[in-house]
Ligand binder design. Structure first.
Ligand SMILES: C[S@@+](CC[C@H](N)C(=O)[O-])C[C@H]1O[C@@H](n2cnc3c(N)ncnc32)[C@H](O)[C@@H]1O
Length: 211
């Protein structure tokens, strides 16, 4: 398997076991060795995409718009290797934890905003970001990605995770993923799409570039 790890993400040994890792302050009780934090792919869909060897196009120092940051588990790892990381989360409770995570990270900017309303944070997020990372796990995941395409540089990347059950608990996940791909093509060309088993059931990881 070829690794496509951004600079600042490494496979390192933790008590004899190899794990993806980034360098930074610990956040969720993860093992730390020599300043490197293990990045658990079972707790992070982006971690699972990297673990599986997907070419996300992410690079060290990238400007990132992160949609669905929750309490910052994955966003903290992203901020460890990326440049400015704008983290959108609309649940106040999660956003409070995210603010704590951001305290030790000068490049992580929490935004208590609704990712379906990009006009409410367009004035804060810099233009032409290198990547939009999306993990909103809510109905209308394709629409969120399409509506946030405006933030991306022409050669930027969407790195999105689709949770089938968030769209329709009863539908066949493959049918949900097919609909997502069709809807996404309104604004993006899909470069890669892979399911995230065994780390996350019924999730699809998608890498795309704006049309
Ligand atoms: C699966 S969790 C994200 C986990 C996180 N990405 C991680 O790996 O650490 C999905 C999050 O998206 C948030 N979310 C869902 N819809 C949203 C929206 N329209 N705007 C902002 N956040 C949203 C939810 O509140 C939830 O915290």
């Amino acid at each position: 398997m070829t690794d496509h790890l951004p600079a600042g993400v490494e496979r390192r040994s933790f008590d004899g076991e190899e794990h993806l890792a980034t360098e930074g302050e610990p956040v969720y009780g993860e093992p730390v060795r020599g300043g490197w934090r293990a990045w658990n792919p079972h707790r992070s869909k982006l971690g699972a995409m990297l673990e599986a060897g997907m070419d996300t196009g992410l690079a060290g120092g990238d400007a990132v718009l992160y949609l669905g940051a929750a309490n910052g588990t994955t966003a903290s790892h992203v901020a460890d290797f990326a440049g400015p990381t704008y983290a959108v989360e609309f649940a106040p409770r999660s956003a409070r934890d995210l603010v704590d995570v951001a305290e030790g990270r000068g490049n992580l900017f929490p935004l208590l905003k609704d990712a379906r309303k990009p006009e409410t944070y367009a004035h804060v997020v810099e233009a032409d970001v290198d990547a939009v990372v999306q993990d909103v796990a809510t109905r209308g995941q394709a629409r969120v990605a399409v509506e946030n395409a405006e933030f991306l540089a022409d050669d930027g990347r969407l790195v999105a995770v689709v949770k089938a059950r968030s769209e329709d608990v009863t539908a066949d996940p493959e049918a949900v993923f097919a609909d997502f791909r069709t809807d996404l093509e309104a604004a993006y060309e899909i470069l890669d799409a892979e399911r995230l088993e065994p780390f996350h059931d019924d999730h699809l990881g998608v890498v795309a570039r704006p049309k």
